[in-house]
Design a protein around this ligand. Sequence first.
Ligand code: ADP
Ligand code: ZN
Ligand code: ZN
Length: 733
Amino acid sequence: MLNNQSPSRIIRVYLATPLRRGFDYLLPAPMAVQPGVRVWVPFGNGKRVGVVGEVDVAPQVALDKLKPIDSVIDSAPVLPAALNKLVRWAADYYLHSPGDAWHQAMPVLLRQGANASGEELYWQLKAGATSSGIAKNAKKQLAAICCLEQGELSDNELAGKDFDRATLRTLADKGLVTFETRQHQGQPFWTQPVTVQPGPRPNPEQAVAITAINNAQGFAPFLLEGVTGSGKTEVYLSAMSQILKAGQQVLVLVPEISLTPQTLRRFQKRFNVPMALLHSGLTDNERLRVWRQARDGDLGIVIGTRSAIFTPLARPGLIIVDEEHDASFKQQEGFRYHGRDLAVVRAQLEKVPLVLGSATPALESLANCDAGKYQKLTLSRRAGNASQVRFDLIDVKHQPLKAGMSPPVLAAIKAHLARGEQVLVFLNRRGFSPTLLCHECGWIADCQRCSAYPTVHKGRQRLICHHCGSDRPLPQQCPSCGSTQLVGVGLGTEQLENELSALFPDYKAVRIDRDATRRKGSLESALDGIRQGQYQLLIGTQMLAKGHHFPDVTLVVLMDVDGALYSADFRAAERLAQLVVQVAGRAGRADKPGRLLLQSHHPEHPLLSQLLTNGYGAFAEEALLERRQTYLPPFSAQALFRCDALKAEDAQSLLEAIGQLLQQSAPQGGWVLGPLPAPLERRAGKYRFQLWVQYQDKKALRQWLAPVLSHLENEPPHRRANWTLDLDPIDSA
Ligand code: ADP
Ligand code: ZN
Ligand code: ZN
């Protein structure tokens, strides 16, 4: 209860819930907070960590309903000001719960209330202390002693344990446990003078790019376009060198975690500053340590994948997004932000230059150059004097296929192998066969939980659904007619490896896909083996198309491009074009020109010929023209509602209700399409539907959506289905 003399203030706290609003609490008298600090608050039946958004607000509920917060965690805002603004901007832009956005932007331990300052409390068992005096039913105390017997424990390691800080306090009061505060163990502060190893002398185009970046004042976005091997990384390194020498930090985003070690090694050869990788293999403690070091300015360079955009930096100087077109920068669940797009906003807030690099820029980024928002820097030739790759389209219509390959392709493979060169075969379908069929009665194995067919994995003798992960033993007999004539239909990488090994028995094959590289370190050792020439035939999925350089590969075969040419997804053509150029970029070097063969049933397709004759730039220009004429992004803004439920009608009716709400408030020219079944209509036992919303203006689209979202939150039409919203969706799955 609040009485008139109460000095309590009212604060609005943001919590990791899906709700797009803050929750009001009382701040009891001696406690003090400011926006951006974390607090422990009672919520439901438990306690949660929240971030204070506003102080001294007019309460949203009756005063006597407000509860006091439990405690204040931080003495200063947990995120630096610019980062705090970025998170608020992102929650607002993506119409996402601000509390969840804040949580996603912090390392796990900070979400759980760990100390951000760098001081940690360590707990130890007193010498000779045992659990003998503890009551049998004091389970938490027994667990704590048992745990401390293994060694000391820091406060940050308490999360997930069967006991908490209060337990340790009690044990300390009993004289069984001691504690002390220590400063976190960081690398020595970055005080050494920065030394830079010299790199190759820049060619004229590189020199133009480097000068432009070096001369940038404040926020300045650049799109660095150049084929693989054209020396983009050298441009990054030169630009970084000036920033580091000025004592500032560089944040580098990369799409794939498997690429970070190779990027790191290259940076380490050039610079002596402390640098760190943020990747999924780090423990929560290591992640928090890197976060603190970056925040305190102890790191010169931080390299990470999409979520690294939320790394605090004491003295930011430059942000780089490598392979900026890559779809992995978009978070596909929960807080659906785009790491590259947030990098642009972050650079703006930090007032620093930004370099987006790619051989195949996203059409969005090219449109931003056309609109004068980004400055385009082009590297048109491969650096040094590596030659360009030659493209050939192979018409596979009416051709006899062996291992899915036409005679000209097999002949080319043979010739390249005979010259002692490496061949890369690219097939974006892992497993042995995409379907299992009975030759006698036509029965086809299906997934019980998805509208999809499970893939045959012969090595593991299992049928695995690539959509829901469910798996079962490979049947020996047809469940419908009892026949043993079960055959795999279609070609996966596993089968391709077997068949190519049989066709070219004198050469060693290696497969790189998610199955073959499951074991820790196996990807690294396969890549090393390729570099050292242990393997001649490389077979792989998408994994092989990204970032890795294979200078001894002189022939690349793309097995199947027709799927992407005839897709319902309007971005499929752009992705195919990017894939073709990226794969081509893996091959060849100065003395060994590369060749790329594409197998298609539609070699006359205008997109393919545009790409192969005139290159990615010409393709992109044409594709952008088409998007403009059809009002598709980037010439309009889209939002996608997704809905799933155990019963199809529940998902559908919820989207119908959402559609009606949208129609009622639709601005002139606002466009609502759906509900439509998702491309994969049923997944993991749930039916999935979608509703597309499109409008010419991004801001106006959000203004249209926002009231509909509050309506859905406050008065949901029904609760039998889940809905999510994806702004600027890049994937229609
Ligand atoms: P990208 O990042 O565009 O793929 P890199 O920067 O990795 O290109 O350059 C490809 C190769 O060419 C590297 O081995 C690099 O050391 C070399 N290289 C880059 N720029 C030059 C240059 N100006 N002179 C000579 N070699 C260069
Ligand atoms: Zn059968
Ligand atoms: Zn499934």
